[in-house]
Design a protein around this ligand. Sequence first.
Ligand code: WQD
Length: 340
Amino acid sequence: MKKTVLVSGGAGFIGSHVTVELSQAGYDVVIADNFSNCDETNYRGVCQILGRTLPLVRMDFCDKEAVDALFAQYPIDAVIHFAAFKAVGESVSEPLKYYRNNLLSFVNILETAKERGGCNVLFSSSATVYGEAEDLPVTEQTPRQPATSPYGNTKTMCEDILRDCVKAYPGIKGIALRYFNPIGAHPSALIGELPRGVPNNLVPFITQTAIGKRACLSVFGNDYPTPDGTCLRDFIDIVDLAKAHVSAVTRMLDGQMKAGYEIFNIGTGRPVSVLELINTFERVNGLKLNWKFAPRRPGDVVSIWADPSLAGKELGWKAERSLDDTLKAAWDWEKYIAGK
Ligand code: WQD
């Protein structure tokens, strides 16, 4: 029988790509989203890619009764939880907004799961939990550092909440995937990242500068202790990242987990500097970007990249798409959105 996966925040950037990959792998997917940080563009794109309409529930995971009703309506075998606020800067100025939304929504899901005898729960965590790591690349054993923002802290706290629930409630199994820097868009250019207002993240700022929506890209810092003086990151293609979720969900549903709670790094294992990313974007898309150096951005770590070998060994997953293809897809998506 087909298994059903609930994707909270399924209309967002990562959730929409995961929904496509899960559906194409043969899972029934239920999308639940309150559209607080996105419109229906990605949801419509998902349906267009798949050639059918997927169930969509408009709801807020902070509403426990709504979560109960959702679990009563659908035979949910696994939950992938994306619904969360994610702006690092805003989380510093409005920490309670982040703690309320990001923690309560997850607690509600876990509580409903517990009341119903358990569930398989996949949490979308982040490399932000490693902070400025001493040894690179980071493995899952690398100690977490105190978070530098309330947003980052909600990721650390949700990991711990999931770990504790798995320990206490026998029916609950959990996997946390720690994403490095997800970028790009679906090769169809029908779904992608749609930041509201001025983008915080590098690639949306690059594509918006290239299309003329932003005058100039600021490269934050040129005197870091790295080969070219700019920060190093592990940029992971969004479709590759989405496929890691299919592997993780399948591992849970097939009973292949080696412990009730597992953690995997999801990255490429290759550090790329901010300048290298810009140069690659210009080369593969045949254009010149208007950019300048600017002061360091407070809170940025200098360098972080993954050791993804555990995901390779246990999930049979590795990043496959090239940075060239990823940055072409990001540009195709920006052009598609501009033309809409
Ligand atoms: C990457 C590099 C910037 C914008 C953040 C969150 C993390 C995760 C992903 C999200 C840095 C530089 C950026 C610009 C620049 N979570 N940059 N000019 O900071 O690695 O990770 O997003 O939900 O938790 O912290 O990603 O894309 O913002 O920055 O020079 O206009 O690009 O300084 O070195 P980051 P990013």
